[in-house]
Design a protein around this ligand. Sequence first.
Ligand code: PEP
Ligand code: MG
Length: 911
Amino acid sequence: MATITLPEAGIQESKKTATKYVYSFGGGKADGHGKMKDDLGGKGAGLAEMTNAGLPVPPGFTIQTEACREFMRSGGVSKEVDRQTEEALATLEALQGQKLGTGENPLLVSVRSGAKFSMPGMMDTILNLGLNDKSVESLAKRSNNPRFAADSYRRLIQMFGNVVLEIPKRAFDEVFDAKKKQKKTHLDTDLDAKALKEVIEEYKKVVKKHAKRDFPQDPHEQLVMARDAVFRSWQNDRAKHYRRINNIDDMLGTAVNVQAMVYGNLGETSGTGVGFTRNPATGAKEFYGEFLMNAQGEDVVSGVRTPVPILELQKIMPDVYNQLREITTRLEKHYKDMQDFEFTIQDGKLYMLQTRNGKRTGRAAVRVAIQMVDEGLISKEEAIFRVEPNQLYDFLVPRLDEKSTKVEVLATGLPASPGAAVGQIVFTAEDAVKKAGHDRKNPVILVRAETTPEDIQGMEVAAGILTSRGGMTSHAAVVTRGMGKCCVAGAGDIQVDERAGEMRVKGQVFREGDWLSLDGTSGRVIKGKLNTLEASSDDADLQKLMGWAEPFRKIGVRANADIPRDAIQAKTFGAEGIGLCRTEHMFFAEDRIPHMRTMILANNEKDRRIALKKLLPMQRADFIGLFKAMAGLPVTIRLLDPPLHEFLPKREELMVEIAVLEATKPRSSKLKELRTLLGRVEELHEFNPMLGHRGCRLGITYPEITEMQARAIFEAMVAVDKEGIKTHAEVMIPLISTVKEMANQGAIVRRVAEEVFKEKGRHVHYLVGTMIELPRACLVADEIAKEAEFFSFGTNDLTQTTFGFSRDDVNKVLPTYLAEGILKQDPFAAIDRDGVGELVRIGIERGRKTRPKLEVGICGEHGGDPSSVEFCHQVGMDYVSCSPFRVLTARLAAAQAGASDTLKLEGGRTK
Ligand code: PEP
Ligand code: MG
């Protein structure tokens, strides 16, 4: 389809004259509406939509995101933005019959940021804007509550001071705490109006000292400064970081919402709360949330007072409760999605402050989507898109059974690695190993301030890991995620004393042997021994949703698995074959590595063959296990890939061992052996092993390795076939860059196949193909396809060699690259469509030019990343292959990609 391009200048010119920067809402109508999230942000669009629907929303106006982009470009806003802001303020004042911060009944407003996507990393809210030395008196008179007025003013100075003037919170806290101490009280609410007035005077001094200016008394100046602070906050480090990890475009900008204040802290008929129209953890259709009477929003979220379940509101204020239920039900029907809402009750009158689609767990997402189809709110096609593919991981990890006992949450840390773990506390890795016992019969929770690589054995045997320090990328978090093991990291309220063997939290002391339950999905640390509910992907709701999604899926999903246990696991998640079996993993086992070492150390072919002969039956047994597990589904077996020195001891360690023996047993035969070993290790040493003697280069220099592996594969196939079980092998040669390499290795594999078939008197079908993981291979794919019967893109190495980034060391540069915006995302996690993706496209196109039916897949890490799966679908791959625990995710991502295409063709019924 041809695209129509407009001259750039023309657009800007017309925008200049026509830009509407400020959108009012109130009095039952709004300038904007719910679909204007790009301009008004999520919050602004929601407020406009609710106003239009006749809901009780405090009136106000939204300054749109274009003003923020202008602010980013030029460091300020145009006069037009100022003019429209003043105009909207005048409209608001007229509607309310009040003037901002002046007169007997002053108008006070809240100022809040609100981008298209909700961004907790941005600016905090400013409440009570408009108060000054004069209007605080009017508010006191008007509300007949001088304490309330003084408290509102001191909150404004504090929030404004911190957010707008960037004065550390601590400076205000010190004043407030000192006043409480002086008045001998613990609670904020115990400070009376007089004490609060004294606090205000002190706060003003704090402002003067830190900001070198007085707290602005002019309400209009307050408003402009607050607005600009919101725009500035779009660029703060927290916000940038949040956008980076959530893939949000830096250029979107935020809107600013200015709204007439309503008060939940005017007395016992006022209150404030938050809620969801359905349970966001389970998806159950129940009204869910909490509130506090006589409180402002920040009291609910700060944890100073414990909020009350929302159902209690029915007893306290039945009319308001019913109205709230009616409104939120209406909102849910309107948006056709579960809503997350905020409300305030002022003197018995309900106001809605926000509504948006609520965040939920994977289980809740699936359940809500199905309920909404059953309720006729959405179609099955829409339901498919209501679940983020990555969220399906929730179904694959165990959960705590919270119904079985009382739950006492001791602390909440970061949900570093999902799942649940219940066990007895140990404080060291050695104790974990000791206590867990054989077969890990006794579940232990390894509790550490933070973990280090030395803890790895203890981590391996532990049921779960708890740390008091560290973030989502700490050692504990990264390692446990790799292990698929539950971890709560950085639970700061817990003090761990490893030496004393105890941990303290909430005034309680826990020692080795005490029971603890961890919820790695929410980050909760729970006292005692809860039961766990095993993971199961045969959850009825999940099956139902997948049943709707799968018919749209056009590409296959295989798994990367090296052993039968993982292969069987992957099959239960729906894998349709093995896309990558890394055979080198089979050689690392304790009983094999000595033979592998003998093979590598051999300095002639004869000795090498003797060692390989010992490995052959082991390798054959592995393949028999895999073929049986997959029973006729494709099994893609990659021949040996890594540089050989990976199988040998480290040079430095050998040198230490040799030095010790030289000093103690200089004549021992062991010393001679070690010296020979060191000599070979040094011979094999490479400066760039990832670009060195690895992949097909091994099989080309030592053809006997390829021969042994091919023999193991074909003997296994014949053996399994004899048992009446079908086999389907795809033999894959790694790191090919020229067609001659492929021809060389392909010839060996085919020759050995014929030999085995002749010896055994049985013939089985197989394919010989290659990994495409070097840029050159993509460019000469047409040539390579003459010899290769299938391609599997190894995008780990392809990313490494296209960028020239070492995949093992990229973390040295990646954080800076992401922070500076040089890269938008980690190219090893999500495929770099412009570069690596383009090579993949070329590789497929050229490969299929030679062999139109060429089977093409991917087996790099990207095969389990939803956006990369979408890309693989778009470029016409036959399948993706990923680790077993990502199979469900890949299936849904592939189905969504297929559904997008189909529905687009049918005229776009969804998204
Ligand atoms: C790859 O390079 O993408 C790949 C799957 O192989 P490996 O990760 O084993 O190098
Ligand atoms: Mg590779």
